[in-house]
Design a protein around this ligand. Sequence first.
Ligand SMILES: [Zn+2]
Ligand SMILES: [Zn+2]
Length: 290
Amino acid sequence: MSFTNFHGHTHYCDGKGTAAEYADAAIAQGMPVYGFSTHAPLPYEVLWTMKEEEAEKYVAEVAQAKEKYKDLIQIYTGLEVDYIPETAGPGHECIQKLGLDYTIGSVHFVDFFPNGHPWEIDGQHTLFLEGLQQIFKGDIQQAIKRYYALIRKMVQEDPPDIVGHLDKIKIQSEDGNLFSEEADWYRDAVEETLQAIQARGLIVEVNTRGMYKKKTIDPYPGPWVLERMRTLDIPIMLNSDAHHPREIIACFEETAKLLLDIGYNHCRILLNGKWQDVAFTIKGIDYASS
Ligand SMILES: [Zn+2]
Ligand SMILES: [Zn+2]
């Protein structure tokens, strides 16, 4: 038994390692399937995305690994695409023309500084606070509501296959110092977003990166959101958001246990060219269950 991972970066963005190096790591784990999702290019100066002129090289490098290892593992080509209204999203022409197998849609930017720089939800905390002051006059409620409203807009108007790290913005309020997840307005924003995701039938990834990077104790999204998702029967996928070949299944066992405790025992993955629901345990996926 083994897990799989469909949220994996490469050296084309801020990840370390070639497609072949990640494929080697996946094969060493006994994975029959693996998905790549480097950061898609953006029309801004952002250090962690792929350059637009590199996109076709990236697709070609993954295709090469796909061909080289075809007897050992199925490889799928995706991108983690930022959603910025009218500017970037999974349905954007520069993404569509690449002929990808899947997309992960993530909101990393909620708005712009007065100087035009995009304001990041998972960058440095001091920059987050600066943007909060300059853009939202310190009103955290307004900022967070806008973050979830953007995710809903993406889900409704430009849906990816997978919604990326749903509640990642929580890392800015580590001890509940900026906002509490218990607050009614926060719960309402999450609930409204889950309803939109359910209506569209999208997959929500359960992303472990905050855990192994020691930024959170829980995955994105956290346990109470996952419980609500279970009730709404929203399909999930366990992803590590790997930026290094050694991270491809980081914190999966404990997260699988959490999901099983909540009542999830299937995840949805690409297998044999189609999306399938497969059973999992703390040891991995039962690939024969599809
Ligand atoms: Zn991301
Ligand atoms: Zn990522």
